[in-house]
Design a protein around this ligand. Structure first.
Ligand code: SF4
Length: 300
């Protein structure tokens, strides 16, 4: 049952992190207008099961007045609202409070702040820490997201896998991470990746919608376009098994997706997402409607 809609309010970001799934950066195109947000929220109410609306990106605070108005409309419709931000504006705690107080007034239920070395190399007094302190002072529920550069450790905790290398850091090997972070990491046979470990593709609990209208069940994996069909209809009609990418992923994960379409591949990959992302990249021209937008795959 779908309970959350996450607006990728913009693909633009002040930063260009190596681990970004969606290739955000200062030059990334695509931002929702207020009218489009209103239209999508109207549709979200028709679905009947949506509880949460999130505003994220890119960096949603780059379009602050639009984000604020979007939050206001979502709150007036009875949704709980959250935002995800890198807190670039938190030049001091006092300043961060100025930016966050209007969200507090609107009754926001969650702020997730990226606090890691990808976003700010300073560990103790950084933008995220200042925004966290300001949000706490305002009484806004807040948490931090910490993703670090992948490192390899021996897995000594899991009896069955004793000694097998595990990759820590929390980066997902999709999007720019595949271009920037994979070097030197241990890999496994491609046939091992027989399921999607992270997304409930058959029955998604949340989807992301982007300014081009794509409804993503995973970044760059679209189940419809809200500028062509109403969001409520896309959600109601979604049949994962008959979707040309989701179907194979459900039946046998990224390995089956590669087999199904005879995609040429290497022998080994870091994890399921690494294989999935590269197979999807190879299928982009065959399924442009379902594997979109191209910029999420680092292409024009
Ligand atoms: S990249 Fe593929 S395997 Fe990874 S979460 Fe997304 S759909 Fe699942």
């Amino acid at each position: 049952m779908l309970t959350g809609i996450h607006f990728l309010l913009t693909y633009m970001c002040n930063l260009k992190c190596d681990h970004c799934f969606v290739y955000s950066g200062p030059d990334a195109k695509g931002t929702f207008t207020l009218g489009q947000i209103r239209m999508a929220l109207d549709e979200a109410t028709k679905i009947g099961t949506i509880k949460w609306i999130y505003f994220e990106g890119g960096e949603p605070f780059l379009f602050y007045p639009v984000m604020l108005e979007g939050i206001k409309i979502a709150r007036s419709m009875g949704f709980k609202v959250g935002v995800v931000t890198n807190a670039y504006y938190a030049t001091s705690e006092e300043d961060a409070e100025l930016w966050l107080a209007p969200l507090c007034k609107l009754g926001i239920s969650d702020i997730s702040i990226s606090d890691d070395s990808f976003h700010d190399e300073e560990e103790k007094d950084n933008h995220a820490k200042r925004a966290l302190a300001a949000a706490k002072r305002l009484g806004i529920p807040v948490d931090s997201i910490c993703i670090e550069k992948p490192t390899v450790e021996a897995d000594i905790d899991k009896e069955q896998n004793k000694g097998a290398p595990v990759i820590s850091g929390g980066a997902m090997f999709r999007g720019r991470a595949v271009e920037k972070l994979v070097e030197g990491l241990p890999q496994r046979r491609w046939e091992e990746f027989t399921e999607c470990p992270y997304e409930d593709i058959k029955d998604p609990k949340r989807v992301h919608i982007d300014p081009y209208g794509h409804v993503h069940v995973c970044q760059g994996l679209s189940i419809g376009n809200i500028w062509e069909f109403p969001l409520s209809k896309i959600v109601k009609d979604y049949d994962a098994n008959s979707h040309p990418i989701c179907g194979p992923l459900i039946r046998g994960g990224p390995a089956f997706l590669a087999k199904e379409y005879n995609v040429k591949h290497d022998d080994e990959y870091i994890d399921a997402c690494h294989l999935c992302y590269l197979v999807r990249l190879a299928l982009l021209d065959k399924f442009p409607k379902y594997l979109a937008p191209r910029q999420v795959y680092g292409l024009e």
